[in-house]
Design a protein around this ligand. Structure first.
Ligand SMILES: Nc1ncnc2c1ncn2[C@@H]1O[C@H](COP(=O)(O)OP(=O)(O)OP(=O)(O)O)[C@@H](O)[C@H]1O
Ligand SMILES: [Mg+2]
Length: 290
């Protein structure tokens, strides 16, 4: 049951829609246990519930192994949650939808620029593939004049001079340029939800800032509903309209814009300690540059 639909600016493909109550994503009773019934058993997620409104931009923070990437993997359909869990995107129950089919709903940028882009293909070939993500294959990837102009316009928005390099193999781009392109590829087909998993973590501080600013610009411009995992509390506080903190497979802090705006890093550490019932001792989260 979709609330409403909006025409995409891109080739007239209808993509934007929300479920009941304007929730773009609803996670219900999501648990994930790896290596079940072995000595290596790990409960990565334990009964996570999350309602994400249309255009929410959620930053997720949490110590190593808290379950952040597992949560994004579950949303993207990399593996299904334990029985009893459900994932609703834009009003559709996608719990049992395979990853390649779920790509129509979810755009994603990973930590490594190499993932999610094809190094041997050039810019326009990569963007063409991105446009077709999650769509039936009979929509072939012909690169016509109109499409090339769409790519040029999208690339010039990045202000990295890439609009004049459509036939450059992307394996030759810098890490920052490639990550900026990965962002464009993740959003060009206007998915319902954008997932960013520490996508600036491997970049040098200056490039990381540039890619972060670009991310924010694209998210605002395209009105993307977004979940961004970061290891940097300052970034988590500064960006987005909602902040979620995870610990040991659970959501322990979930705060909205007003609460977040008034917060300092010290307050956030205190909130974490109160919610998790233990001292915050992950220096990498406090000291990380990204
Ligand atoms: N494919 C897998 N197989 C087995 N265990 C896994 C797998 N993926 C994650 N885990 C385990 O699940 C737990 C949560 O991992 P996850 O990668 O989600 O944490 P994270 O919050 O993203 O951590 P980080 O900040 O280090 O990226 C960890 O204990 C991890 O070792
Ligand atoms: Mg992770």
């Amino acid at each position: 049951m979709n609330g409403y639909r909006r025409l995409s600016e891109c080739e007239g493909i209808v993509v934007m829609k929300t479920g009941e109550n304007n929730y773009m994503l609803q996670l219900r009773n999501i648990s994930m246990i790896f290596a079940k019934d072995t000595v290596d058993e790990v409960t990565a997620l334990e009964n996570v519930n999350l309602d994400v409104r249309e255009q929410d931009f959620i930053t997720i923070i949490g110590s190593n192994g808290a379950g952040k990437s597992t949560l994004l993997n579950i949303i993207a359909g990399v593996f299904p949650p334990e029985k009893g869990g459900s994932i609703i995107i834009a009003g559709d129950d996608v719990t049992n939808l395979e990853e390649h089919k779920r790509a129509a709903y979810v755009g994603r940028v990973w930590q490594q620029p190499e993932v999610g882009t094809a190094g041997k293909l050039n810019l326009e070939e990569n963007l063409s593939l991105a446009l077709l993500r999650g769509k039936p294959r009979k929509l072939e990837m012909a690169i016509n004049k109109k499409r090339r102009q769409i790519f040029r316009d999208a690339l010039s928005m990045l202000e990295l001079g890439l609009e004049n390099r459509l036939s450059t193999p992307i394996g030759t781009l810098s890490g920052g340029q490639r990550q900026a392109l990965a962002l464009l590829m993740a959003t060009i087909s206007k998915p319902d939800i954008l997932l960013l998993d520490e996508h600036i973590a491997t970049l040098d501080p200056k490039t990381a800032q540039t890619v972060l600013r670009l991310s924010d610009m694209i998210i605002r411009r395209e009105r993307m509903t977004t979940i961004m995992v970061t290891h940097n509390m300052e970034i988590a506080l500064h960006y987005g309209n909602r902040l979620v903190m995870m610990h040991k497979g659970r959501i322990v802090v979930d705060m909205g814009e007003a609460e977040k705006e008034a917060l300092t890093i010290g307050d956030l550490v205190a909130a974490f300690e109160q919610a998790a019932g233990e001292q915050f001792n992950d220096d990498s989260v406090l000291l990380s540059q990204h």
